[in-house]
Structure formats: C-alpha cells, structure tokens
Design a protein around this ligand. Structure first.
Ligand SMILES: Cc1ncc(COP(=O)(O)O)c(C=O)c1O
Length: 811
C-alpha cells in the first residue's frame, strides 16, 4: 500500500488551518481533484464521466469537478441544486435513486435534465404524468438489475434482490411502457453493479456484461439509446492489504471493449458515474486530541471528532479496520517509544473509534490526527448531529488559496431552527402553470445559460467588457441579434438548439424575462440593436439601415440611444441638443446627453436632436469612433445594473452630413412627423421590456429566497409575480393583434417595478440572514433599484435621485 506521510509543508498548513478554522475539519485539494479527472479522461477518452455527488456533495468539490469537465449524478433536491449552482448544465445531469420525491422529479422535468434514471415501472408513469402537466417530453434511462453478477465489488448493488432498478426479466416490459408514454423519451440504460472495486478484471467483467446487454437491447428499440451508463464503482485502497487501481491498466482493458461497442452503436455514448474514486484521495480528515488517558492498561486518545464525522474511518459500514493516518504533534518535542493507542471520538458509545490500537508515539492533547483517503463519504454520510456536535468545517486548498468550503454550523442557528413555528398548509405556487408565452419551450432550453449569466453579471460589476464572454456563446449571440433584419444577421436562431428560426415580439419579451431571472445586467450589456435598431428600421433609408446593421453580418456591435439631457430629463421635445448650419453651409451637432447606456463601447447609435433652423426633431446616426475629437464620453458611477454602463456624453461641433439624419426619409412618410410616429411605435413595443426585466429580476430573487427555505414566507409574492406575468401576457397579446393599449402598457410597467420594489423592501424584514449571506440576492436587490431609470420619465428630479441613490447603495 502507498505511503501516506505528509511533508513538513503540508503538516504546517494543516496546523495553520486548525488554528484559523478550528478542529475538526475536512481538507480538500482542488488540484488533486482536477488531476483525477484528467487521468480518467486520458485513459478512457471515449467515456462521459459523471460525478456522483453522494460521495461528497460539497459545492466547492462539485464545482472543481464540473469545471474539470464532468457531468453530475444527483439523488436529491439539494444535490441537484448544488450541481446547478456549481455550474453543471441540465444537459449533463442524471438523477438516480430508488425513492425520488414528486417535487424533485418535477424540478428535474422543469429543467429538462439529461435523464431521470427510472427505478420502477410506476416511476415511468409518474414522470410521464409530471411531464404531461408541464407540456414537456422528459428523457429517461432505465436502471436495470441484471441477472448476472460481478464478483469483486465490496458492496454489490445489483445481480441480487435489491430495492434498486427494474429486474432484467421485466426490462422489455419497461421498454414498451417507456416507448408508449407520450411524454417520455427512452434515452439510456443504467446499471450499477457495486462499489469499491479494486481489480481491473472486475471492472472489465462489469463493463463487458453491461455493454453486451445494452447492445442486445438497442437492437430491439425503435430509436437507439443516447447513452449506456455502466456504473463504475472504481475503488481506492484504505487498508494495508489493498492496492490502488492501476488506471493505465484499467484503460487498456476497457478501451477496446468500449470502442467495439461504440463502433456497433454509432449514436450511443458510454457513461461512467464515479463518486469515491474522484474524491477520496483528495481529502483528509483532521481531528484534535482532547485527552490522553489510560484505561485498564490500554491507552486512549479522545479526539474532538470521530465516527460522528467520519463513519467510514470508524468502520461503521465496513469491517472495523484502520484507515491510513498521520499524527501531527502540536509542538516539536522529543519523541519517546512507539506505543499502542486507540483514538476515539467524543461520542457516548464504545463504537466511536476511528483508529483502533494503532502504533503511535506518545500522543498528547493538542496533537492533530490526520486520516488520509477521506474525501469520500465523510460528513454527508456520517451522523453529524449525534450528541449535538454538528458537522465539521470543510476547507479547500487550490494552490496557495485556502477557502472555507463549508463553515461548521453554529449551535445558535441549529437551536433557532428548532424553535416551534406553526405548521402552515402551504400550497406553493412556484410551479403553477404560467400563461403563454411565459411557458414556451424555448424558455426551458435557455435554462443552461443561467450559470454563464450569473458569472458574467458578477464580472460586469468591475469590467464593462465582460460581455464578450456572453458573446462567445452561440445561443446568446442569436438571442442578442433578434431584431436585426435577416439580410444583415450572421447569427441566426436556426443555428442554435432552441428549436426556433424566428422569434415573435411576445416571445422575445418572455426570453428577456427569463434571462433577467439569471441576470438583468447582462441583458443590458449585450451588444444588440436595441431601441435604435428599431428606430432605424422604422424611419431610416435603405442606406442608413445598411450602415447601421452591417456589422451584425460578422460580429457584435454595441449601439446606443441618446435622448435624456441634464436639464430636461427624457422629455425629448424639450431637448437642447441642436444641429446648426455654419456660415459655410456645413452642419454641426452640439449638446449634452446623460444616462446614455453603453455608448462608451458602442460602434453606432442615435442622438435625439433638433434642427436649429426649423425646430424639427431629428435623429442623428453617429459612430462615436469617427468623431472622438468632438465627443467626451464619461462613464457614470452607478452600482445597480452595471451592465447598462450609463454614460454622460458631450458633443462639440460634431460635423453632420445629411446621410446621418434619420426621420425624414421613412418610406411612404411625407413629413418628418410621420417618421417620428413610426419611432414612437417602436418605443411602445419596447416598453413592456422594462416590465419583463423587473419581473424577471424579481423572480430571480424569489428563486434565491425559496432555495434558502423562505418559500412559505414569500408564497404570496410568488403568486403576485405569476399574476403580473398574466397581465404582461395580455399586453403582449394586444400588441400582437395590432391593437396596443398604451395605458395598459404603462400600467404593467409601473406595477412590475412597484412589485419589485415591494419585494426588495420585504427581504430585510423577512429574510435578513439570507440577505446577508447571499451576495447574489443582494446584487439582485441592488439591480432592482435601477429599473427606476428606465421609467422613461421626464422628471429630472427622479433621474438625479436615482443616480445618487444607486451610487450610494452598498455592494
Ligand atoms: C447508483 C450509484 N451510482 C454511483 C455510486 C457511487 O459509487 P462510488 O462512490 O463507489 O463511485 C453509488 C454508490 O452507492 C450508487 O449507488
């Protein structure tokens, strides 16, 4: 067996963590986790790996593994949400387990995960029913308990009578049933034979038998399977007589088997789900000696954590044998003779032994005992609450960086959770059916963008260029260029996985609402055509349209729309930005605009101005780079909706040519006024977008509150949200019928913002702790304040009030 000693440096680091975080704790090494995934992929390149969260559901561990390229296998709501928050996309999630709850299944269907692994015939019916209600088709995999057995696993899960999966004898029945149910799609086969396998030949036998069965089964199916999950069960050595798996050897044995299967089944992938093997060796458990004493001639060292935190090391579940360990003396001291000592935890049972009669030199109180091979089935598989000690801290080292990956829960919080509260019969409306278009299939398909939006939303706080990460995503690109005429659009929706080739205005608003749930700031940062695009299309000449949209054939193009002025707000009719004609007959533009979104990085946009000679309103199309010497663009300080990138613009004698003026040449329009009526229509169409942004951001806050256990307290707000979406849907329906009702448009915008404000007001009253502990929630609360500036109001006071308020709200 390998040598498990620690270097001086590692020992010092563990002492340091003990001093700073307290004992007992678990310690994970991020680089070791990444290395494990890299090794697996290099030896088994044709396999899709899934990390089984059951082995260690710590979010930092999961996000390291997901970041290294694994999918995730989950069994509960917490595991599911952990995987999502750690960055796993639904398309790489499997849900496995013999007793999934109805609500967990609903959530999985809502997300449209890669597959729910079905463990009984009844569960097939249950998922079909749930998917029918949601108007979805859910992919499922059948977990089969085969007739064969594989010998060599320390714990066999299949091949005998168990609660897992569907017997092989009933497999064809299950296939018929799955294929006949309209809301299910049979996507995979799953067989999990057992765990802690340490022999290549056992893994070979396991994989061979499963792939054989899969091949026969696929031959009988209407459609080929997407994947066969052959389980895994790769073990790590814990005891002296155990040797580590030789991964090169495993790769050499499995690769030909897998290749031959893939060659015969071109549409099917092979998946392996591993828990222990991915994490065990990257984790240590560290506990401190509290007392050393003799009892009837035997020495005992009682530690502050034992089987309550590390059941596996205490042999509960396996046979009672010692895990590898290292004693880290509290202070350097002359060491005496090797003696025999039993290390125990603090529990009231003689079973609480983590190291039984080990050879060790003189342990004293304050020494650290470090148990190796401890990254898997640690705290989450241990009775952490026995005697009230509570869970341990978990610490992750990533290179030089140390983070507390799980704080040990405070006794105060655990006590608070037990103070009696009345049981309320709460029917939570989170999953209540939503009206068209807010229930559109596309909205589920964009769910995988959530992690990306959250990440970029945070980055935008400090870096206005962070939007480029969004633009790297094909789906985001196509969504950004909705509104660009097909003739100029190089990023068609048809090239995405969204299943649509064009997008109605109503659906576009629903998409924005959904994306705002993830992060509204990102939407404002995206370089789309926005309002000015609509205005150019409504009132520009063919040449102007071509000039405005040309860049979208091949890349992003930031745009801006400058209306608001310091003295008059956004009441365009009172603007003082002016186009004058010099004595030599040349036109120049002068004026000041404020709260102009994105102009600092825009390639083109419109400035609302007046012609000095006629007093007529006009839109001037400008490319800021072409006039940099006549423009001063200053970014405004604002802490909400950073992606809006609000700026102040001063224009001094910007030379204007007639082809930059928009408004007079609308096809069919005889006067400038006709052009502006068309532009006004564009504004009216876009106004519901503000409501969508505010509602989406509010729904994002509700999601976070519900995740933190406040679903009941905020159930009323969730209902109000659903009813406001209903009203917004009616406004969109009017618009789609060509009969927009302006007052309703205005009403829903105000209602949405009032609702969002109300929610923000309630959070500190009803969920203060969550507000303090959830930075994402706080950011959404801050963003909510910023919708005020989108009010389109002419009230300069309101605008200024917003600006000073937003810059004072703490991050
Ligand atoms: C269905 C299933 N998948 C995956 C695992 C993870 O096993 P291991 O940690 O041995 O890789 C288990 C363990 O019980 C399991 O039951």
């Amino acid at each position: 067996m390998a040598n498990f000693s620690l270097t001086e440096e590692q020992s010092a680091q563990l002492h340091d963590v003990a001093d700073r975080v307290g004992t007992p704790f678990y310690f994970y090494d991020a680089n070791a986790l990444r290395q494990r995934v890299a090794d697996l992929k290099s030896h088994l390149p044709d396999v899709d790996f899934f990390y089984s969260l059951k082995a260690n559901p710590n979010m930092s561990v999961v996000s390291t593994l997901v970041g290294a390229g694994t999918g995730a296998e989950v069994s509960s709501r917490l595991e599911l949400e952990t995987a999502l928050e750690a960055g796993a996309v639904p398309a790489r999630l499997l849900m496995v387990g013999p007793g999934k709850s109805e609500t967990d299944l609903e959530r999985a269907v809502q997300l449209g995960i890669k597959a729910i692994v079905v463990e009984s015939l009844d569960e097939l019916d249950q998922i079909d029913r749930i998917a029918a209600v949601k108007g979805r088709v859910q992919s499922v995999a059948l977990r089969i308990n085969p007739d064969f057995q594989v010998h060599g696993a320390r714990l066999a899960m299949s091949g005998r009578a168990t609660q897992f999966g569907i017997d092989q004898s009933a497999m064809l029945n299950a296939v018929d049933r799955a294929e006949s149910l309209p809301h299910l799609r049979l996507a995979g086969l799953h067989i999990y034979m057992g765990t802690r396998i340490l022999q290549t030949k056992t893994l070979y036998e396991n994989t061979r038998q499963i792939l054989n069965l899969a091949h026969v089964l696929i031959g009988k199916l209407a459609e080929p399977l997407d994947f066969v999950d052959v389980g895994g069960g790769f073990g790590v050595p814990y005891f002296e007589d155990e040797a580590a798996l030789d991964l090169a050897n495993v790769g050499d044995a499995l690769r030909p088997l897998i290749k031959s299967f893939l060659d015969k089944n071109l549409k099917t992938r092979v998946a392996i789900e591993l828990g222990r093997y991915m994490v065990a060796e990257a984790g240590l458990f560290v506990t401190k000696v509290a007392q050393v004493k003799m009892s009837k001639n035997e020495q005992f060292a009682v530690c502050d954590g034992g089987s309550n935190l590390h059941t596996a090391a205490a042999g509960q579940g396996f046979i009672r044998r010692n895990f590898p360990f290292t004693l880290l003396p509290a202070t350097p001291r002359a060491l005496g003779e090797l003696g025999i000592c039993t290390m125990t935890g603090p529990l009231c049972t003689p079973m609480d032994v983590i190291l039984s009669a080990v050879d060790v030199v003189d342990p004293v109180a304050g020494d650290l005992v470090c148990i190796h091979q401890s990254g898997a089935y640690g705290p989450s598989a241990s009775p952490v609450n026995f005697l009230g000690f509570g869970g341990p801290a978990e610490v992750m080292a990533d290179g030089d960086q140390l983070t507390v990956a799980q704080a040990a829960p405070a006794w105060q919080d655990r006590l608070a959770a037990q103070r009696p509260k009345p049981v309320r019969p709460a029917k939570l409306p989170n999953d209540a059916p939503l009206p068209e278009p807010f229930n559109h299939e596309v909205l589920h398909r964009i769910t995988p963008l959530k992690g990306l939006f959250e990440k970029v939303g945070t980055a935008l706080e400090n870096d206005p260029e962070a939007w480029t990460t969004l633009w790297d995503d094909t789906t985001v690109r196509a969504l950004t260029t909705i509104g660009v005429p097909d003739s100029h659009n190089g990023f068609s929706l048809a090239e995405t996985d969204l299943g649509i080739s064009d997008c109605s205005h109503a659906l576009h608003v629903a998409v924005i609402e959904r994306l705002a749930q993830f992060d509204p700031s990102c939407i404002l940062a995206l370089p789309g055509p926005s309002l000015s695009g609509g205005a150019v299309l409504a009132a520009g000449s063919d040449d102007q349209i071509d000039r405005f949209f040309n860049a979208y054939r091949s890349g992003p193009q930031g745009t801006f729309f400058a209306v608001t002025e310091p003295e008059v707000g956004s009441d365009a009719s009172k603007g003082t930005t002016i186009v004058t004609t010099n004595s030599d007959g040349r036109m120049v533009l002068n004026g000041t605009k404020m709260l102009v979104g994105g102009v600092a990085r825009a390639k083109i946009g419109l400035v609302f101005a007046q012609m000095e000679n006629t007093g007529a309103a006009v839109l001037v199309m400008l490319s800021p780079q072409d006039h940099s010497d006549c423009l001063t663009i200053t970014r405004l300080p604002a802490s909400g909706l950073a992606g809006a990138d609000l700026c102040h613009v001063e224009m001094r004698d910007v030379p204007i040519t007639p082809d930059m003026l928009i408004g007079a040449r609308t096809p069919g329009a005889t006067t400038l006024r006709d052009g502006f009526m068309a532009i006004n229509g564009v504004f009216e169409r876009n106004r519901p977008v503000v409501a969508a942004l505010a509602l989406g951001n509010a729904a994002g806050m509700l999601d976070r509150l519900e995740m933190a256990g406040h679903a009941t307290a905020f159930a009323g707000m969730r209902r109000r949200y659903a009813s406001l979406l209903g009203r917004l849907a009616l406004v969109l329906e009017d618009q789609a019928r060509g009969r927009p009702r302006s007052h309703r448009i205005s009403e829903i915008k105000h209602q949405a913002i009032a609702f969002s404000d109300d929610l923000v007001r309630r959070i500190p009253l009803q969920a203060a702790t969550t507000m303090f502990t959830d930075p994402r929630l706080r950011r959404k609360m801050r963003d909510a304040k910023a919708f005020e500036y989108m009010e389109g109001t002419s009230n300069i006071h309101l605008l200024n009030a917003f600006r000073s308020f937003a810059s004072e709200v703490p991050a």
